[in-house]
Each structure stands twice: as structure tokens, then as C-alpha cells.
Design a protein around this ligand. Structure first.
Ligand code: HEC
Ligand code: HEC
Length: 473
């Protein structure tokens, strides 16, 4: 066991933990002057190093999370990989494809290919069949129009000639199987959430609900993704949920700024693992069960770098990250046309910030399970590789086109079309592309999406600062 791994978490105040994390991190950092990752918990990524913290100090690769529990050779680890922030990325999938000529277990037709009937008989055919995985890291989630839906599927434009009302093809990114203690809803559309964690509520996440959700999710993953013949035993499911729930993942080092927990900054997974959290914390609409008012400054990781001086490369990089954090917390955004927010509050225009929706302090997901439609699935943003669905309201006759109805496929509600959860914003640098449909290839693309969607008016420097901040999370 290396020195970097031999500290177990305690109940010490955050401040002391930060100092400890700092001490550990500096030991780890000096162990790798060549830029290679210093230990098995730390892996290189697009802009530095990603680190996963576990109470045991190791990743237990003997856990059933890493075992094939179904019939097609897949494990959870086929789609949830440590070095990719516990999801998968196109770059790593292309390597896996090359190394195995497209036969690695992730390349299976039940949900890895563009259609279950895709030709996979030759390497070239497989390259086409698995194009959505290879190009965008997307899995095909198949869901029907629910029986009592307020709408009907009146047209399908599926480039792969498969989707129908019985099974729409929804191409979605695997969500990170880490930092799960902060979840307020499970899956992009919340379909594995055992109990609705919606405001108003009087208690924090009852971890029994979270456990029940994750247990159901793991069972369905074995039966679905891994084509299991039977559900795993309760003991195996508990081992899987215990394992994934023990993971905390964040960027620990930035190529330019250096260690992200240096000089009193609070980056990295160690501090993350010990953050206080309850459902509704810092809720933007006043649903924090403690009664605390919303503080738009939801991110405080790099506050300590506000007062630093010097004009060296690392000082400039730190300053950019810190400025990006301030922009995230304070730069005005006029939020309009967001179903789930503007309609629910009855305010057609809300003066907000990034943190209005990403309100969980220092984590960045939505602290209540509030599905939102920020406009990613509209026809105007559809790319030719995505199916496009026309849905018609059974009552009014109105029609909309969408690449993914999202939450509406669970509730059957017209108002829920295009709604998804606001995901956790940690460990981003290791897991491009972003959004449920992988439509943003880089963090700068994410920033540009928001700038256009809400006419924010960020200048080039502000965009760079915001992207630098996101990469440091
Ligand atoms: C073939 C790829 C694949 C495999 C195998 C797989 N997953 Fe996933 N996982 C996904 C996708 C895709 C999603 C998101 C789907 C959605 O939201 O519609 C997801 C979502 C999740 C989530 C939800 C996280 C959140 O933020 O809501 C968890 C937890 C998870 N998976 C754990 C597991 C576990 C445990 C296993 C093994 C039993 C597993 N996965 C196997 C692709 C996979
Ligand atoms: C109106 C609410 C809202 C606002 C304002 C908002 N976001 Fe989001 N954000 C979301 C939702 C919802 C998602 C998930 C959307 C999806 O994938 O369908 C998301 C996703 C993201 C993701 C991708 C996460 C991932 O895992 O793929 C990033 C990064 C992000 N937002 C950053 C920002 C930044 C930076 C700002 C400010 C410029 C911002 N957001 C403003 C609601 C919002």
C-alpha cells in the first residue's frame, strides 16, 4: 500500500481534513515528477489528473461491480470506468474497439448498437453499428410511450429504422457511478428513483430511499445491459451498491494550476467525500428543509485563490479558475423557456445564474429532484445521427419534435417532454462529451451552448475562465 492510500477518513472538522488532504496530495504529487499518475486512485485526463477517493484507500476490483453477472460478458465496469470519471468516453471506447476488433463486451447489440438489428458481422460493419458509442459515448436506452400518455407518437425519423411507439431509441450518456451520496434522483429521467424527493420536504435524503433506488438500478442494469437470466441475489446487489456508494471522484490536479487543494483551495475528492448534504440544501426556490435562504454562491472551492499574487503560469491558471467560479456563482443569466422552472414558478423570466439550477454547494447538481428542459432536444439542435420524434398532444392536437422525450416517457405528461435532471458537476474533465445526449464535445462547447441558449453575453475571456473552472471540478 502506498503512502497516498493509507489514510482512512475520520470525523475531523472539514478544516483539518483539508489540511490532511493537502498533505496527502503533496506526497502523491512529488511521487510523480514525470507527470504520470502517482497511484492507482489517480489517473491522467484531458487537463490534469482525476482522483477517486475511497474510505478503504483502494478500489476493490474483486467487487461484483467488476464481474460479469449476466449473459453477454458485460460488467458494470464495461460502461463505468474509473479513469473516465466512472462513465465511458469515445476516446477510450475507440481504443477498446481497436484492441478487440469491436468485440469487447460493451459492443453488444441489445443497447450498444444503433439498433438491435444492426449488422455486426465484420469489423467494418461493427464500426457502423457502434458509431454512437465510438463517436459520442452513447448507449441506446429503449423505452415505450407509456399506456396512459397525454400524447401519441405521430412520426418517427430514425436513421437506423428501428424506433417505434413500442420502443423509442434514446441515445444517452452513462451517468457517473460515483459521488452517489449527493443524488436527488437516479437516472437522467429519474426512472430508478424509489421515492420522489420533491419539495417541500422536512428531512434530508433518507439513505434508505437512495439505497433502494440504487439497488433497483443495479438489478435492472444486470437484467438489461448485461442481459442477465435472473436478478442477482440481494447480497450481491448490496455489495455493488456498497462499492459504488463508497466512491468520491473529482479533479485533483490541473496541468497549469497544479494541485487543486493547494494553498487552502478545496478541490479534489477528499474534501468532496466529507461535504455535508441533504436533499433541498441551498434550494434556489426556497425548499431547503432547514429554512436556510438560497445563496447563489454555491461554489466555494477556490475562494482562497482570490487573493493570490504573482504572474507565473500557475498563478495565472489559478486566477482563471477562481474567476470562473465567481462567474458560475454570480454572472447574470435571464432564464426563459425552461419547462420545470419558468412554468412551475409562473415566472416567464427569472434572473439567475448557473447556480440557480446547479445549487448543491460544491457539487453542482440540483439539490431537489427537479427535472428541467433546457432545450437540448429540440429539432433545431438535432444532429443527423439522432432519431427525431414527433409527439402530438391527444387533447389539444399540438405537436412537438424532440430527440428524447425524457421524463415524459415515465409520467406520460405532455409538460414533461424534454426534461432531464441537472447532473453532478464533479470530475468533468475526464468524461467528455457532456449532457444526456453527448452533444457538447468539450467544456467550452457546454459554455457556448448556455451562452447561445440564454443570450448570456460572455466574452472570450469569461468563457475561458468558466471552462477552466469546470475542468477543475
Ligand atoms: C452498457 C452500459 C452500461 C452498463 C453495463 C451499466 N450501466 Fe449504469 N448506466 C448506463 C447508462 C446509459 C446510464 C444512464 C441511463 C439513463 O439515465 O437513461 C447509467 C446510469 C447508471 C447510474 C445512475 C447514476 C445517476 O446519476 O443517476 C448508476 C448508479 C449506474 N448506472 C450503475 C451501474 C451498475 C451498478 C451497473 C452494473 C450492475 C451498471 N450501471 C451497468 C450504462 C451502463
Ligand atoms: C435552467 C437551469 C440551468 C442553468 C441556468 C444552467 N444549467 Fe447546466 N444543466 C442543467 C440541466 C437540466 C442539465 C442536464 C441537461 C441534460 O443533459 O439534459 C445541465 C447540465 C450541465 C452540464 C453537463 C453535465 C454532464 O454531466 O454532462 C454542465 C457542465 C453544466 N450544466 C454547466 C452549467 C454552467 C456552466 C451554467 C452557467 C453558464 C449552467 N450549467 C446553467 C440546468 C441548468
Amino acid at each position: 500500500m502506498s503512502l497516498c492510500e493509507c489514510f482512512a477518513p475520520g470525523n475531523a472538522p472539514l478544516r483539518r481534513l483539508t489540511m490532511l488532504a493537502l498533505a496527502i496530495a503533496s506526497v502523491c504529487a512529488t511521487a510523480a515528477p514525470d507527470g504520470n499518475s502517482p497511484d492507482p486512485l489517480t489517473t491522467p485526463d484531458a487537463s490534469g489528473w482525476l482522483r477517486t477517493f475511497t474510505p478503504a484507500g483502494t478500489i476493490d476490483t474483486g467487487n461484483p461491480f467488476f464481474q460479469s453477472l449476466g449473459t453477454n460478458g458485460r460488467s458494470c465496469n464495461s460502461c463505468h470506468r474509473q479513469a473516465q470519471g466512472w462513465t465511458v468516453t469515445p476516446a477510450e471506447l475507440q481504443q477498446r474497439f481497436s484492441a478487440t476488433q469491436g468485440t469487447d463486451p460493451i459492443f453488444r447489440t441489445n443497447d450498444g448498437s444503433v439498433s438491435p438489428f444492426a449488422d455486426v458481422s465484420t469489423v467494418a460493419a461493427r464500426r457502423n453499428a457502434y458509431a454512437m458509442l465510438l463517436n459520442r459515448g452513447l448507449i441506446r436506452v429503449g423505452l415505450p410511450i407509456p399506456a396512459n400518455a397525454q400524447f401519441s407518437l405521430t412520426a418517427v425519423d430514425d436513421p437506423y429504422h428501428y424506433a417505434s411507439a413500442a420502443e423509442l431509441s434514446l441515445f444517452r450518456r452513462p451517468l457517473p457511478a460515483t459521488n452517489l451520496g449527493f443524488l436527488t434522483t437516479v437516472m437522467w429521467d429519474g426512472r430508478e428513483t424509489a421515492a420522489p424527493f420533491l419539495p417541500p420536504m422536512d428531512a434530508g435524503v433518507d439513505s434508505a430511499d437512495l439505497d433502494a433506488s440504487l439497488t433497483s438500478q443495479a438489478k435492472d442494469a444486470v437484467l438489461g445491459h448485461a442481459q442477465g437470466a435472473a436478478a442477482p441475489s440481494a447480497a450481491v446487489l448490496a455489495q455493488i451498491v456498497g462499492f459504488e456508494s463508497s466512491l468520491s471522484t473529482a479533479q485533483i490536479r490541473d496541468d497549469y494550476a497544479g494541485l487543486l487543494n493547494n494553498d487552502d483551495a478545496l478541490g479534489g475528492p477528499r474534501v468532496l467525500a466529507n461535504l455535508r448534504f441533504h436533499v433541498g440544501i441551498n434550494d434556489a426556490l426556497g425548499a431547503d428543509p432547514t429554512g436556510a435562504a438560497f445563496d447563489p454562491s454555491a461554489m466555494h472551492l477556490f475562494d482562497a485563490w482570490a487573493t493570490q499574487h504573482g504572474n507565473g503560469r500557475s498563478e495565472r491558471a489559478r486566477a482563471a479558475i477562481q474567476r470562473g467560479e465567481v462567474l458560475f456563482n454570480t454572472f447574470p443569466i435571464t432564464i426563459t423557456g425552461v419547462a420545470g422552472l419558468n412554468d412551475v414558478t409562473g415566472q416567464p423570466s427569472i434572473q439567475g445564474h448557473c447556480s440557480t439550477c446547479h445549487d448543491t454547494p460544491n457539487v453542482g447538481n440540483h439539490s431537489v429532484g427537479a427535472p428541467l428542459d433546457i432545450g437540448l432536444t429540440v429539432a433545431a439542435r438535432r444532429t443527423p445521427d439522432m432519431p427525431l420524434y414527433t409527439l402530438t398532444n391527444n387533447q389539444t392536437g399540438a405537436s412537438v419534435q424532440t430527440t428524447d422525450p425524457g421524463r415524459a416517457l415515465l409520467t406520460g405528461k405532455w409538460a414533461d417532454i424534454g426534461k432531464f435532471k441537472g447532473a453532478i458537476l464533479r470530475g468533468l474533465a475526464a468524461r467528455a462529451p457532456y449532457f444526456h445526449n453527448g452533444s457538447a464535445a468539450t467544456l467550452m462547447d457546454v459554455v457556448n451552448f448556455y451562452d447561445t441558449r440564454f443570450n448570456i453575453g460572455l466574452d472570450a475571456q469569461q468563457k475561458q475562465d468558466l471552462a477552466a473552472f469546470l475542468a477543475a471540478l
